[in-house]
Design a protein around this ligand. Structure first.
Ligand code: GSH
Length: 273
């Protein structure tokens, strides 16, 4: 329960949290500042669902950011931000780890306990924004055919790395028998790649070419924490189609390619119409 008069802590505050989330579960107030189509926000929603955490969702207008967002995430000014009893946590990967640790006593495990396995999960979670998302986004947004084909080949090379990793693990998910950190990181791509394929009219992840990944996509989207928290597909398709060459979520035109997994904030200053 939210305590009236409680001071909202600033993200840059160095005051350590006196107690962990689980110590006063009966008092907790959890808010998620998000934007309906953000893959980063969905990652956090899925993590909260794995832990069975109840929260209040606050939709942000990224063209007109709220005072709450600017106060809670003054460094990046981006969603998602999780606000736990007034204390903000920003950056989706950091939030997911916070959720895993703060509610460690309940729900599924998002990160393994073993230190080496934990490090490996973090490594492969980074693979998505660092290696895989850039060529996939380039494939979707390329203006020229040769560029698109080069991006497709680059994406296929990285998808092959994941295919071998998944097939070699012999488990249903990257996280083992249930959805874990790597699955969450890759999850939004599982949802948007088929939309990109439909808009471009070319398949990227087929059952024949990537059997393990293809089967994983189906399992991921049907997994309980995910299936009840999916993006509105038709609305997203429209948004992606109109977005393909032009705008990002802030309504600004990208100066250079903007990367799905790890946004490079290089936007032109003037609004596009
Ligand atoms: N690295 C951040 C990326 C978050 C991000 O790029 N969020 C976008 C929405 S998808 C945003 O808030 N953009 C607003 C802006 O760029 O000003 C994370 O993982 O949380």
């Amino acid at each position: 329960m939210h305590r009236p008069g409680r001071q909202t802590e600033h993200l840059l505050s160095s005051t350590p949290s006196p107690r962990s989330a689980m110590d006063h579960e009966e008092e907790e107030k959890v808010q998620l500042l998000g934007m309906w189509a953000s893959p980063y926000v969905f990652k956090v929603k899925w993590a909260l669902s794995i832990k069975g955490v109840e929260y209040e969702y606050v939709e942000e207008d990224l063209r007109n950011k709220s005072g709450q967002l600017l106060e809670h995430n003054p460094v990046h000014k981006k969603v998602p931000v999780l606000v736990y009893n007034g204390k903000p946590v920003a950056e989706s990967d950091v939030i997911v780890e916070f959720i895993n640790d703060a509610w460690s006593h309940r729900g599924g495990r998002i990160l393994p306990e073993d230190p080496h396995e934990r490090a490996m999960a973090r490594f492969w979670a980074r693979f998505v924004p660092d290696k895989l998302s850039p060529p996939i986004w380039k494939w979707f947004t390329a203006a020229r055919e040769e560029e698109r084909e080069a991006a497709r080949e680059a994406a296929v090379e990285q998808l092959q790395v994941l295919e071998e990793k998944l097939a070699g693990g012999g488990k249903e998910f990257f996280g083992g028998d249930s959805v874990g950190l790597v699955d969450l990181s890759l999850g939004a791509l599982a949802y948007v790649v088929p939309i990109y394929e439909e808009i471009i009219g070319v398949r990227l992840v087929t059952e024949e070419r990537f059997p393990a990944l293809y089967a994983w996509m189906g399992r991921f989207l049907a997994a309980p924490p995910v299936k009840d928290n999916l993006l509105p597909l038709e609305k997203l398709k429209l948004r992606k189609a109109e977005n393909q060459y032009s705008r990002n979520w802030t309504g600004q035109k990208p100066k250079s390619i903007f990367v799905v997994g790890n946004t490079k904030s290089e936007y032109e200053t003037e609004e596009t119409h």
